[in-house]
Ligand binder design. Structure first.
Ligand SMILES: O=S(=O)(CCO)c1ccc(-c2ccc(C3CCCC3)c([C@@H]3C[C@@H]3c3ccccn3)c2)cc1
Length: 240
């Protein structure tokens, strides 16, 4: 709840990530490295202590599912294995509040690097209409994932612990607009997605291997995830 010791960090980081996600990808610092249909993926080449960190920013737009549906399925532990292909284990260590969970994830080993795990809080919230970040969207949702500590998941050296900050921002526009009182169909839902990720691999990994994995895995993940939500919600009433 709001009184949880992590709450101030969760609130601050979520706000910071929302504004970071909404900054335009000016061609200057961001390098377009993948483009498929409406999906465009950018990265910045960045190394910290010789480790590839390469911040990533992806923008995508889809029809047929709402911002709430996209954000909810990205956040929900129950469906994670239905779309995430790089995980071996997912554990929810703590339910910090109704909309904030503490995850421990074991990632599949990326040869020849050591196996990685990730310990992070995951917070979902709707951005109120009054918030200027919402601009003219029908609804705006954000999921923010940020590495954290937890007594039940000490960094025991069996795995290399990554450090990650991730945000998944979704905005739904009703396009074309429908008259008051008219029902909205799924075809009218135009949802814009911005996905930002900074993953520090936490220990040595060859730059060439990581950059190859990033180039392969990120486009695959965003395409697979969005299609999964569209398919899963197709015959259900729209959840805004
Ligand atoms: O958006 S999320 O929160 C979705 C919840 O799972 C998330 C996304 C990605 C990661 C992640 C963690 C570790 C690693 C590497 C680092 C060295 C060896 C493994 C990677 C590499 C980049 C590749 C990758 C990219 C996309 C998806 C999965 N794998 C990614 C973690 C969380």
């Amino acid at each position: 709840a709001m009184t949880h010791p992590l709450w101030p960090e969760i609130d601050r980081v979520t706000r910071e990530q929302l504004s970071y996600a909404q900054q335009d990808v000016d061609g200057g610092i961001w390098q377009l490295f993948a483009e498929e249909g409406e999906m465009k993926m950018y990265r910045r080449e960045l190394e910290e202590d010789g480790l590839v960190v390469d911040p990533l920013k992806a923008v995508h737009q889809i029809r047929g599912a709402s911002a709430h549906e996209m954000a909810h399925h990205f956040w929900s532990p129950d469906v994670r294995f239905e779309w995430e292909t790089t995980l071996e284990q997912v554990t929810v260590l703590d339910r910090i509040s109704e909309d904030t969970l503490l995850f421990l994830q074991l990632h599949k080993r990326v040869w020849p690097t050591a196996q990685r795990d990730a310990l992070f809080w995951s917070h979902i919230r709707e951005i109120p209409k009054s918030d200027p970040a919402n601009c003219d969207a029908h609804d705006t949702w954000i999921v923010c994932n940020k590495s954290s500590e937890h007594p039940d998941a000490p960094n025991d050296g069996k795995c290399v612990r990554v450090d990650l900050t991730i945000c998944f921002v979704c905005q739904t526009f009703i396009d074309p607009p429908v008259a008051e009182g008219e029902s909205v169909s799924r075809d009218n839902l135009l949802t814009k997605i911005t996905y930002c990720s900074v993953v520090n691999p936490g220990g040595w990994a060859p730059a060439s291997v990581l950059r190859t994995v990033y180039k392969r895995e990120y486009p695959k993940f965003l395409k697979r995830f969005t299609q999964y939500v569209i398919d899963k919600t197709a015959d259900q009433p729209i959840a805004f």
